[in-house]
Design a protein around this ligand. Structure first.
Ligand code: OGA
Ligand code: MN
Length: 208
């Protein structure tokens, strides 16, 4: 699939089912490069335990609450970006441009972080936008795992309200190179515990 077809498939998924998934948002060599970079940065002590609540964005120190969320994160920073990271940011910017041209969402920028869920950790069911003044419009999660197996756990569970009032749960495996995208204010979701470290870049495309 070419880049525009990937983008279109993400948008179609969001409009039709509430979330979009594409499997080769990153090529295998790009996954390896970003995973290596994540691991170097982690070994250098750059990661921090993630927080929850309204300061859980780039701006502030949110409360760490391991019973809700156990990942460690590192915000991508244009000031310290490496070539593989800058290629990723470039692809996200292209996606923002595509969404703005085709859906008029008025996306302005993005905030993205590496995330590492150590074995046994999880992120309980939540929404990514919890206050009306949040700029977060679309959530993106791009997985960096090598050879992820269903028995490794760590699925992204998405909860989809049905027209009859019931709810459908879909599980998405965090397979390397796969990107998931959804409306930050609408889709409730959860990260199930994994039996090995689970790696990703997660972020938000923001309006003004
Ligand atoms: C998050 C989140 C999903 C995932 O960081 O807010 O829900 O699959 N991540 O990592
Ligand atoms: Mn989330």
């Amino acid at each position: 699939m070419n880049t525009e077809a990937l983008f279109e498939s993400l948008i179609d998924g969001i409009l039709e089912t509430g979330y979009g998934v594409v499997d080769s948002f990153l090529a295998p060599n790009e996954v390896v490069a970003l995973r290596n970079r994540l691991q170097k940065r982690q070994a250098a002590g750059q990661f921090r335990e993630a927080g929850i609540g309204r300061a859980a964005d780039q701006s502030g120190q949110a409360a760490v609450e391991k019973a809700i969320r156990g990942d460690e994160i590192l915000w991508l920073d244009v000031a310290t970006v490496t070539p593989e990271e800058s290629a990723f940011l470039e692809r996200i910017d292209q996606f923002i441009g595509y969404v703005n041209r085709t859906c008029y969402l008025g996306l302005r920028d993005s905030e993205l972080h590496y995330a590492r869920y150590p074995a046994g950790t999880f992120y309980k069911r939540h929404l990514d936008r919890f206050r009306s003044d949040s700029r977060r419009r679309l959530s993106v999660v791009c997985y960096l795992n090598d050879n992820w197996q269903p028995t490794d756990g760590g699925q992204l569970a998405v909860y989809l309200p049905q027209p009859d009032g019931s709810e459908q749960t879909t599980l998405i495996e965090p397979v390397g190179g796969r990107l998931v995208c959804f409306d930050s204010g609408l889709l409730e979701h959860e990260v199930l515990p994994a039996s090995r470290d689970r790696l990703s870049i997660t972020g938000w495309l923001r309006t003004d």
